[in-house]
Design a protein. Structure first.
Length: 262
């Protein structure tokens, strides 16, 4: 329930950001530079006099977009690769699994940095970079489900009745893989948010003036001694958001498989 509450709150904040944010997240008020948290600016202001609370609120939109879209790309690629590998087997299975091993061996952040260096900064390229890096786990999950049931009697019966491979995979095999895929996808949203924050922190992710939590952390480094709130609030929001998706994933796992409860 805690994870679900955190995620729902984040979604509501992102959707209604224009109504919730007290100020324009990109408007500059130089005379309000580096003001600490108070009655007017609850989270304080940054060097340019921008309201940190408003930037955190609008930054939730970026994080949710990256998390959901990038993981969605990973799921689609993973399901396609897992189906080719597990259902058809043979050379395709060997090749896809060896490629997956390579992706598993390569550090996530380094891979994202390498792809973004080639593609250039921008939110669309972040979708692509994170989406391409996360497919291997979903392919393994789907492949394992296919191998465990593809020779069962009801699958053989469907083949005997003339069902196409596409129909067998989508109507009979995928429903049995839905639970582990949705659980892992939920947890992966948190990972995607961390990677996006790291890329934006390094300057190769979301570009100004778009508010992004990682970029806000980067901008706070030179002022951490005199304006620690610039780092504290975005950092706390990232921590709580990722924790929310992890707890939601745990809750979904327990709901789909009660035997996992301790």
């Amino acid at each position: 329930m805690v994870g679900l509450s955190i995620v729902l709150l984040l979604v509501i904040i992102a959707i209604f950001a224009p109504l919730i944010a007290p100020f324009d997240p990109i408007s500059r008020v130089k005379e309000d530079s580096l003001l600490g948290p108070g009655r007017t600016y609850w989270f304080g202001t940054d060097l340019l006099g921008r309201d940190i609370l408003s930037r955190v609120i609008y930054g939730s939109r970026v994080s949710l977009e990256v998390g959901i879209i990038a993981v969605g790309i990973s799921v689609i690629i993973g399901l396609l690769m897992g189906a080719l590998s597990g259902y058809f087997g043979g050379a395709s299975d060997a090749i896809i699994m060896r490629v997956a091993d390579i992706f598993f061996a390569f550090p996530y952040i380094l891979g994202a940095i390498a792809i973004m260096t080639v593609l250039g900064p921008g939110i669309i390229n972040i979708f692509i970079a994170i989406g391409l890096l996360g497919w291997a786990s979903f392919a393994r999950i789907f492949r394992g489900s296919i191998l465990s049931i593809k020779n069962k009697e009801y699958i053989e019966a469907a083949r005997a009745l003339g069902a196409s491979n596409y129909r067998i995979i989508t109507k009979h095999i995928f429903p049995n893989s839905f639970a582990p895929i949705i659980v892992y996808a939920t947890m992966n949203v948190g990972t995607a948010i961390i990677v996006e924050a790291a890329l934006s922190f390094l300057g190769i992710g979301v570009q100004p003036p778009t508010p992004a939590w990682g970029k806000m952390l980067s901008e706070s480094l030179d002022y951490i001694d005199i304006a620690p709130w610039m780092m504290i609030f975005p950092g706390l929001v990232i921590l709580i958001t990722v924790l929310g998706f992890v707890l939601l994933g745990d809750g979904l796992r327990d709901a789909f498989d009660p035997k996992m409860k301790q």
